[in-house]
Design a binder for this molecule. Structure first.
Ligand SMILES: C[S@@+](CC[C@H](N)C(=O)[O-])C[C@H]1O[C@@H](n2cnc3c(N)ncnc32)[C@H](O)[C@@H]1O
Ligand code: SF4
Length: 468
């Protein structure tokens, strides 16, 4: 079966998945040198009122995509949403809940920079309706924080989390990054230990990625751990997190029982979301006509404010065609250790599972996927060694050399036949016998991609990544 020969006919009725709402706040006190998010260092006062009005106008324009549906989670991301005062966050939530039905107990998360914490402020966010905070701690080592250009030190991070707990927040995520410039394994482990000691419900543990269009990409900092060291850090920290009761459920996400991030789970389950704010993206399934639509908004804050709610406020919109859906579904679902239920594949893509039956069978034969308890998931050895399996161009897995992407966001680029990728020694040695040596070579650290860029399938350890 090949991608072109397969008749991808959407013969199953789309059953709209849970709906989430993403709200982007695009400003930060200062731009961090590693960050490629749509975030802008503050150059004066933020136009808070104008932005709140723009968000609600933007939402009004998106509403026909979500008539009658219920919002199960809201995520204020950025940027630094905690720069917005609680009153503004409350006004956005009031406006959104006047327009859309919110499920009782909907998860409402606010991304928070510890450098913006003030006494009393957290209580007011809670009163405004926020019930989950996600702190961008990154590290508890002051030298690392300086090298990362952060505006806070470790004492401030510690104090901010405790303040939020004192103010009544009982659902808190801490973002940590590892493989930092000058960081060794002991330092990374110390970061995890310090995070665990604060008893958050969730920890995100991201490998620092040098993203194009960042200062770190243009001028990589000195002292970055090599891939083997990064791999060792990851494996040891993973064990520490598991021992402390944080179960890994996704590439970078660890949670106490029942405290997985519901909003992100919906993304990874190929769920639906409205995206409002500068540069925000949305994805909606339209059950009545079987279309799946992606829509995004102007990236620059001032252009966004000017255009929101008008036709120019939609910077782009496209349909996800039936042949594109299996790939998009897998790209998300295979980030999860538990994989996916084939019934969800059918309900959320509109395609019968048989349309990818031959490709699935080949991937299972090759040991890239397995069936367990009615689900299809990455094999345990892959999750045990946190190998990231991304199926780039479903449904044409090949047993040739894999390619591309393994980083934090899991967003793929096309394979290139001339690029090389480094595979950490540990990943090579943990390769099970069922995986052909061509997939993870046992003799060389460098894998050369020899696959047709449009039809490659990639299965990659997290620390392997495309070179600059
Ligand atoms: C939008 S930021 C979150 C919150 C807030 N702006 C802050 O930085 O405190 C989301 C998280 O992504 C992670 N992140 C950002 N850039 C990254 C990169 N280049 N590599 C790995 N993780 C990154 C950081 O852990 C960060 O906290
Ligand atoms: S990492 Fe967070 S604080 Fe730093 S620039 Fe990016 S969004 Fe802003």
């Amino acid at each position: 079966m090949s991608a072109t020969a397969t008749p991808f006919e959407a013969t199953v009725a789309l059953m709209p998945p849970p709906l989430s709402l993403y709200i982007h706040i695009p400003w930060c006190v200062r731009k961090c040198p590693y960050c490629d998010f749509n975030s802008h260092g503050l150059k004066g006062a933020m136009p808070v009122d104008a932005y709140v009005a723009a968000l609600l106008g933007d939402l009004d324009q998106d509403l026909p995509l979500a008539w009658g549906r219920t919002v199960h989670s809201v995520f204020f991301g950025g940027g630094t949403p905690s720069l917005f005062p609680p009153e503004a966050i409350g006004a956005i939530l009031d406006g959104a809940s006047a327009r859309l039905r919110f499920a009782p107990g909907a998860e409402i998360t606010l991304e928070t920079n510890p450098g913006t914490a003030e006494h009393g402020r957290f209580r007011n966010y809670l009163a405004a309706g926020v019930n989950r905070l996600s702190f961008g701690v990154q590290s508890f080592d002051d030298t690392c924080l300086k090298r990362l250009g952060r505006i806070h030190d470790s004492a401030e991070a510690d104090a901010a989390v405790k303040m939020a707990q004192d103010d009544g927040f009982d659902n808190i995520n801490l973002d940590l990054m590892y493989a930092l410039p000058g960081q060794d394994r002991a330092m990374a482990e110390d970061d995890v230990a310090r995070a665990v000691s604060l008893a958050p419900t969730h920890i995100s543990h991201y490998q620092l990625t040098l993203e194009p269009n960042t200062l770190f990409f243009a001028r990589p900092p000195r002292g970055l751990p090599d891939d083997d060291d990064a791999w060792a850090i990851q494996e040891h920290c993973q064990t520490m997190l598991a021992d402390a009761g944080y179960a890994q459920y996704e590439i970078s996400a660890y949670a106490r029982p029942g405290r997985q991030c519901r909003h992100n789970l919906n993304y990874w389950g190929f769920g639906d979301y409205l995206g409002i704010g500068a540069g925000a993206h949305g994805k909606l399934s339209l059950g009545h006509d079987g279309r799946i639509v992606r829509r995004h908004k102007p990236r620059h804050p001032s252009a966004y404010i000017d255009a929101a709610g008008t036709p120019a406020g939609i910077a782009g919109e496209e349909s996800v065609t039936p042949p594109q859906r299996p790939f998009e579904f897998m790209l998300n679902a295979l980030r999860l250790l538990e994989g996916f239920d084939p019934a969800h594949f059918e309900q959320r893509t509109g395609l019968p599972i048989d349309s990818i039956g031959a490709a699935l069978a080949r991937a299972i034969d090759a040991g890239w996927l397995e069936r367990l308890d009615g689900r299809i998931r990455p094999p345990p050895w892959a999750s045990a060694s946190t190998t990231t399996w991304s199926v780039c161009s479903w449904p044409e897995p090949t047993t040739s050399v894999p390619a591309c992407n393994a980083s934090r966001g899991g967003i793929i680029g096309p394979c290139s036949s001339s690029s090389t990728w480094r595979v950490p020694t540990a990943a090579r040695t943990s390769r099970p016998r069922s995986i052909p040596a061509t997939v993870m070579p046992s003799t060389s650290k460098t894998v050369r991609c020899a696959v047709d860029p449009s039809r490659c399938c990639c299965a990659f350890p997290m620390t392997a990544r495309c070179p600059p």
